[in-house]
Design a protein. Structure first.
Length: 115
């Protein structure tokens, strides 16, 4: 006879499901950081801190996309990275808008009802 609490959890999520959930959280953190970076008139130190957050989240987004392996997501993640680098060189409204579009598209890949 088994005791309460023994045995595996039959409802554990697969690595892909965990990565999808992670991707949702990571894109939200990235978006919050870039919106703060874009809107802020903060000190150089605060901008550097936000850039470090964005760099880390982008790296984690890439890892989550690699785990999910859904067609089209790698291309979209590459576009996000490209637009982010462009934004960091020249923070224009166009590059910011492209980043927001990339994030929304990544979210749609994991949750088609998200808009």
């Amino acid at each position: 006879m088994t005791k309460v609490g023994e045995g595996g959890n039959f409802f554990e999520k697969s690595p892909v499901e965990r990565s999808k959930k992670d991707l949702t959280v990571l894109t939200e953190k990235f978006q919050n950081a870039i919106e703060s970076y874009d809107a802020t008139v903060a000190s150089k130190e605060e901008k550097e801190h936000l850039k470090a957050i964005m760099d880390e989240q982008l790296s984690l987004i890439q890892a989550a996309v690699n785990e999910i392996k859904k067609s089209g997501m790698h291309k979209q993640e590459a576009l996000l990275e490209k637009h982010y680098k462009s934004y960091m060189l020249d923070p224009s409204p166009e590059s910011f808008s492209a980043i927001e579009h990339d994030i929304a598209t990544l979210r749609e890949y994991i949750n088609p009802s998200f808009k």
